[in-house]
Design a protein around this ligand. Structure first.
Ligand code: GAR
Length: 193
């Protein structure tokens, strides 16, 4: 079985990116990351990609006249790579209908809340402030709607009395990294999930 070809999209720290790259290095995921796409020049995820010698595609949305131009440019760079999956790992740009249709059933996202609750850019904060007693993460296929699409996997934990925003953020990151690895391991082995 040939290795799956991945693109990872990230905007900031790149903790999920790191977890995926380390799992590939351990041969836990049968894949190669062909490119890391980042919309924030200077973001730490770019350094992480470089440490693993992964090519990067870095841009700023203000370099483009329109979102359409921006996405056409990304697509132009990605199509020749013959990717199997595009993995959004802390990527904070919303993808257009056209982009999603260019890679049907190939785009996966991790969201730091139990979808369909707490969609959007502040999933952890919103869930914590709401006072939910169970928090978690969701990995799903990306469709035309934001934070929507077939759910692949979820994991969760109980919020304790003494938890703070900082501690629940740590707990979210502690469960999302292994969950993403587990999902990619299965997908790249052609197992249904
Ligand atoms: C992660 O918690 C991820 O779930 C979240 O951003 C964080 C990125 O961290 N994604 C979203 O909020 C998407 N809407 P990382 O850069 O360390 O992987």
């Amino acid at each position: 079985m040939s290795k799956k070809r991945l693109a990872i999209f990230a905007s900031g720290n790149g903790g999920n990116l790191q977890a995926i790259l380390e799992a590939i290095q351990r041969n836990e995921i049968e894949a190669e990351v062909k490119i890391v796409v980042c919309d924030h020049p200077g973001a730490y995820c770019i350094k992480r990609a470089e440490q693993f010698h992964i090519p990067t595609l870095v841009f700023s949305s203000k370099d483009f006249a329109s979102k359409r131009d921006e996405e056409d440019w990304i697509i132009k760079h990605l199509l020749p790579l013959q990717l199997d999956y595009l993995c959004l790992a802390g990527y904070m740009r919303i993808l257009s209908k056209k982009f999603v249709h260019t890679f049907p059933n190939q785009i996966i996202n991790i969201h730091p809340a139990l979808l369909p609750a707490f969609k959007g850019a502040h999933g952890i904060l919103d869930a914590f402030q709401y006072g939910v007693k169970v928090m978690g993460v969701t990995i799903h296929y990306v469709d035309e709607e934001v934070d929507h699409g077939k759910i692949i996997a979820q994991d969760c934990f109980h919020v304790e009395e003494n938890d703070t925003l900082e501690t629940v953020e740590e707990k979210i990151h502690a469960i999302e990294h292994p969950l993403y690895v587990q999902v990619l391991k299965k997908l790249c082995h052609d197992e249904s999930c």
